[in-house]
Write a protein that binds this ligand. Structure first.
Ligand SMILES: [Zn+2]
Length: 195
């Protein structure tokens, strides 16, 4: 199903907050007014609900700004018209990345060898190698050997030019014995409206 493009789509963060009942009544009214009249944004809101069914706490976690996904969830989101940009990296690779005006999510597919791996933790590191955020026991797509990570476009659009890296490590059931699986370097170019 291809829905018409919405000329003024509700922001992803607003859809997530609306779904989580975290908007003020006035803001919720504004989202409802738009969504009731817009099939495209109705579908996108359905995508947030599908995300919640796939990973229970995903949409609530920090406003759905940074998410670990699975390939089937990505497919479900796409079928709901959630607008995504994709980057695919092998371990050790770097990529020049950016965010567009219409991207709800920017999805990174991080490949590694997960043979014999029980659990995987992921850490986002800044350009100096300082940890920014840590994700424990992330979903592993074992069939395709990858972990799928998404940033909300709403989070990325204010970012300046910057570099960061994601590090995947294998851990045992006691969350010990870390072993590096791969690092993935992102060189982000700042969003410029109309540019
Ligand atoms: Zn709309």
């Amino acid at each position: 199903v291809t829905l018409p493009a919405c000329p003024s789509p509700v922001a992803w963060a607003s859809l997530v907050d609306y779904w989580a009942h975290e908007l003020t009544p006035a803001d919720a009214d504004a989202v409802e007014e738009h969504v009731f009249a817009c099939d495209t944004c109705t579908e996108r809101l359905g995508g947030v609900g599908a995300l919640a069914r796939g990973i229970a706490r995903a949409p609530r976690r920090k406003g759905g700004m940074r998410l670990m996904l699975t390939p089937s969830l990505v497919d479900t989101l796409a079928s709901h018209g959630v607008r995504m940009r994709h980057y695919r990296l092998q371990a050790g690779e770097s990529v020049e990345c950016a965010v567009g005006a219409d991207d709800d999510l920017v999805v990174s597919w991080l490949r590694a060898d997960f043979a014999g791996v029980e659990r995987v933790n992921a850490t986002a590191l800044d350009a100096n190698g300082a940890p920014m955020e840590r994700f424990e026991d992330v979903p592993i797509d074992r069939k395709n050997g990858q972990v799928v990570f998404a940033h909300a476009g709403d989070e990325l659009r204010p970012w300046p030019d910057l570099s960061f890296r994601m590090r995947l490590v294998a851990v045992d059931a006691a969350n010990e014995c870390e072993r590096l699986l791969g690092e993935y370097i992102f060189h982000h170019t700042a969003f410029r409206a109309g540019g």
